[in-house]
Design a protein. Structure first.
Length: 157
């Protein structure tokens, strides 16, 4: 008998009018936009660091990471604090989002593989494409959004 795959809950958020999602099990919290301390000589996608209850947390601009224009801060801009796995270790990162939408539940059967568009476009950070309210939702594999070298560079800060 085939094993039933359970639905997963995802936190949906917006980047440049596109809807993305991340597994809620990886989300620690959502923060209103705090002051970000700039750090010199870091990758362009790293906006700086924040103090989260005494811990230094790097903040990543997913717009820049995904090749979009730098995000403009609005009243809805927030930071999604996520846990990322690197070499068996949990790393806490903040990801800038234009706005957070809602938590949705999606059955694995409603998620299609990420499209392979040419050979130069990197889509391996996408778990797949889901559909919710007649819109596509890009489901991120948060562990693959950053390479090991990028995470190591961010972690050194």
């Amino acid at each position: 008998m085939a094993e039933e795959l359970e639905a997963t809950q995802y936190l949906t958020f917006v980047l440049d009018r596109e809807v993305f999602a991340v597994d809620v099990a990886r989300v620690r919290e959502i923060l209103e936009m705090p002051d970000i301390t700039k750090v010199p000589q870091v990758p362009a996608f790293m906006r700086g660091v924040i103090n989260l209850r005494g811990c230094v947390v790097p903040v990543i601009d997913l717009h820049l990471k995904f090749g979009m224009e730098k995000s403009a801060q609005t009243v809805n801009t927030c930071i999604i604090v996520v846990e990322v796995q690197m070499d068996g270790e949990n790393i806490v990162l903040g990801a800038l989002a234009d706005s957070v939408q809602e938590v949705i539940e999606m059955e694995p059967s409603h998620i299609e593989a990420a499209p392979h568009i040419g050979t130069h476009l990197k889509t391996d950070f996408l778990k797949g494409m889901g559909k919710h309210n007649e819109r596509f939702v890009m489901i991120l594999d948060i562990d693959k959004v950053f390479s090991g070298a990028e995470l190591a560079a961010v972690q050194r800060q």
